[in-house]
Write a protein that binds this ligand. Structure first.
Ligand code: TRP
Length: 337
C-alpha cells in the first residue's frame, strides 16, 4: 500500500510539472491525453441517490479539489451509483479493482461493505457509516487495522427520542420503519429499544426488505402507534414522500435521523451536518492519496449534532413545536420540494 501511495504521489508531481512546463496545450499535442491516462484514479461508489448522500458526495469532491485533486486535471474520478441494488454494488466494486484504481471512496454502509468484499489491498475511505464496527469494516475506531477507514455519522436514538418526547410527550407506542438488511439501521433500532424500555414506551416494528414494501409498512402502523421513527436508513431516505404521505394523513408525528429526511417531510431530528462530514471525508481521502496509511488513521466520528424541524409538517399534522425547541432548531420546510 505504501508503494501504491508513492506511485500516486509521483504521478501527481509529474502531472503538475507537465502542466507547468507547457505540455498542457491539449489542442495541439497528444501529451495532454497521455498525462490524463496516467492520472491517479479514484472510484466513488454510492448505494443509492438520496439528498443526504448526494450532499456528502458533492462535499467530498469539493474538498478534494481544495486539496489539489481536480477531476480531469490532477486525478480521474470515476463515480458510480448502484441505484439501491446490492448486486450492482458488487459489479461496481469489481470493476474498480479490475481497473486497479488508486483509491475507493465508498458512500454509506452497503457500499463500504461491498468495496471491502472485493479488496483488502486498494485503500478504501468510507463516508457516513453509522456503525463501522457492527458493519465489520474496522477492528477499532482508533486503529482500523487494514485498508479501510473513514467517517461515521453515529446518531443517537436516545437524543432523538428525548426530542420526540419534548415535542409530543404522550408517546406510549412508537413505530419503527427500517430495513432489516441495513446494519446501520439495525444498530440504531437496538439502541432505541433499550432506551424506550426505560421510558415505558413500546416499539412497534415495521421492517422492510426493499423500497417496494415501504407504503405497506407505513400503513401497517396507522391506528397502532402514537408516533413513528426511522433511523438513517438508505432505503427509507430514498422513498420519503411515500411514507410522509401516509403518516401526515394519519396525523402521526414522524421522527427521523437525518436533516435531509426532515427536508423531505419528516417532523424533526437531532442529527449531524453532512456537509461537514463530506468535507472531512474529502480530507481523509486526500491524505491517503498523499501516502497516509488507512490502518493507522482513526475513524472520524461527527459527534456535533443539531436540531432540525419541519414547520410545514408540524402545521399539517396539527402539532405545536415548543418555543424553546423552535428557537434552537433549523427549520427545513423551505427546502422541501
Ligand atoms: N449512515 C448511513 C449508512 O451508514 C448513510 C447515510 C448518510 C444516510 N446520510 C443519510 C442514510 C441520510 C439515510 C439518510 O449507510
Amino acid at each position: 500500500m505504501k508503494k501504491r501511495a508513492l506511485t500516486v504521489l509521483l504521478v501527481i508531481v509529474l502531472t503538475v510539472a507537465a502542466v507547468f512546463t507547457g505540455c498542457g496545450d491539449k489542442s495541439t499535442s497528444g501529451e495532454g491525453d497521455q498525462a490524463k491516462k496516467d492520472l491517479p484514479t479514484i472510484g466513488i461508489v454510492q448505494i443509492v441517490e438520496h439528498p443526504s448522500l448526494d450532499t456528502i458526495r458533492e462535499n467530498i469532491t469539493a474538498q478534494l479539489e481544495e486539496e489539489g485533486f481536480v477531476d480531469g486535471k490532477t486525478v480521474t474520478i470515476d463515480y458510480k451509483n448502484a441505484q439501491g441494488d446490492t448486486n450492482n454494488l458488487k459489479t461496481i466494486c469489481q470493476s474498480f479493482t479490475a481497473n486497479n484504481v488508486d483509491l475507493i471512496i465508498a458512500i454509506a454502509t452497503p457500499s463500504a461493505q461491498a468495496a471491502l468484499g472485493e479488496t483488502t489491498d486498494i485503500p478504501i475511505v468510507f463516508s457516513a457509516v453509522t456503525d463501522p464496527i457492527a458493519a465489520e469494516l474496522v477492528d477499532s475506531l482508533e486503529k482500523p487495522g487494514g485498508n479501510i477507514t473513514g467517517t461515521s455519522d453515529a446518531v443517537s436514538a436516545t437524543k432523538i427520542l428525548d426530542l420526540a418526547l419534548q415535542i409530543t410527550p404522550d408517546i406510549k407506542k412508537i413505530g419503527a420503519i427500517y430495513s432489516t438488511g441495513e446494519i446501520n439501521s439495525v444498530s440504531v433500532i437496538k439502541e432505541l429499544k433499550e432506551y424506550a424500555k426505560t421510558k415505558g414506551i413500546e416499539v412497534v416494528e415495521a421492517t422492510i426488505m426493499n423500497s417496494s414494501e415501504i407504503q405497506q409498512a407505513a400503513q401497517s402502523l396507522v391506528g397502532k402507534v402514537d408516533a413513528v421513527f426511522s433511523p438513517i436508513d438508505n432505503t427509507v431516505a430514498s422513498s420519503m414522500p411515500t411514507i410522509v404521505d401516509v403518516l401526515n394523513k394519519a396525523k402521526l408525528p414522524y421522527y427521523v435521523a437525518a436533516d435531509s429526511m426532515v427536508a423531505d417531510g419528516g417532523l424533526a431530528t437531532d442529527g449531524v451536518n453532512y456537509e461537514a462530514l463530506g468535507k472531512a471525508t474529502g480530507t481523509m481521502a486526500a491524505d491517503v492519496l498523499k501516502g497516509a496509511d488507512t490502518a493507522t488513521m482513526p475513524v472520524q466520528i461527527m459527534s456535533d449534532t443539531q436540531v432540525y424541524i419541519n414547520k410545514k409538517t408540524a402545521k399539517e399534522i396539527g402539532i405545536k413545536i415548543p418555543t424553546n425547541i423552535v428557537k434552537k432548531a433549523t427549520d427545513l420546510s423551505e427546502k422541501q420540494k
